[in-house]
Design a binder for this molecule. Sequence first.
Ligand code: ATP
Length: 353
Amino acid sequence: MSAQIELSNIDKHYGSFHALKGVSLTIEKGSFVALVGPSGCGKSTLLRSIAGLESITSGSMSIAGKPMTGVPPRKRDVAMVFQSYALYPHMTVEQNLTYSLRLHGVGKVEAKLKAGEVAATTGLTDLLKRYPRELSGGQRQRVAMGRAIIRNPKAFLFDEPLSNLDAALRVHMRKEIRALHDRLGATSVYVTHDQIEAMTMADHVVVMRAGVVEQQGSPLELYDRPVSRFVAGFIGSPAMNFVEAVVGADGRSAVLDTSGGGTVPLPAPLEAGRAVVVGLRPEHLRAVPDNGQFTLIVGNVESTGSTTFITSDDELVTLVQAERTGLKPGHSVALTIAPEHVHVFDPATGLRI
Ligand code: ATP
């Protein structure tokens, strides 16, 4: 694989506000990269900088090996797909698809032919004569993608393209976008604040926090070995439980500071008496009839039908079970967890120990 987009030490200031702080990133040709992070972390700014819609304060960037300094957006050969589809309401689907080609001097017949090909790829063949108001949200999203595809760009840049759609359609469109990416052999950069979207669609996930790249890797690398409490809390649903604890005298377990008390085994020995924060994913906790390592005193029980969420009375620990349960507030549950599933963080820095 070769780099399709290379970002080196990108800084962006909006007046006195430092929105991107030394971001370096290599986006391989053919990869699907998701930029995720909480609102305001700079992911849209980074995407817009790649598109040339935002000027960067310092650093450098290349697309397909060409330096992009001073290159205007329309010469960058990338296509943006937004959440607001920005279709022309007075034009048919076909005219929406061919508009930018016509603008770039492509003849009418050739543009129509290309529109036919793109419509076939995106499932719009029967809708070419319709106007945007006559389409569903998912169909409009497909036209927006078709319009990007027709220009055969070096990369697709998606800015939360699915956030206007209802939950079921979003799940469907995720698969459609990913399948399209694979079919076209495209390079895609996808901004979302939805970690599930990032985890299910991308080959490579970049977690941003306050203008810096906190961690990047494959979805499962981030899930299995988050470098910090921030990433650990962001990746995975329901979110990881974080509990303050102190390493026990044996150095191999940590005594939990929870209402139910008890210990969890540590994945590697640590010095006795050290204060830590342990991260326990709800799906890794096992309820056992007796001989639990630690105890959860039930505060709240919620069931979605397929899944039951049991939260402790101090709200520090949530347990997820596939089975229904007769547990009520005040009951105790004995729990165990395997040492390899216990994540340990430094309470002061939040970094993985
Ligand atoms: P969201 O998910 O909410 O869209 P984001 O991670 O995409 O968030 P950005 O839109 O990249 O965030 O914005 C990053 C930060 O830069 C925010 O704190 C935002 O307020 C600030 N910002 C964005 N555009 C401007 C601007 N034109 N002038 C000043 N500050 C800006």
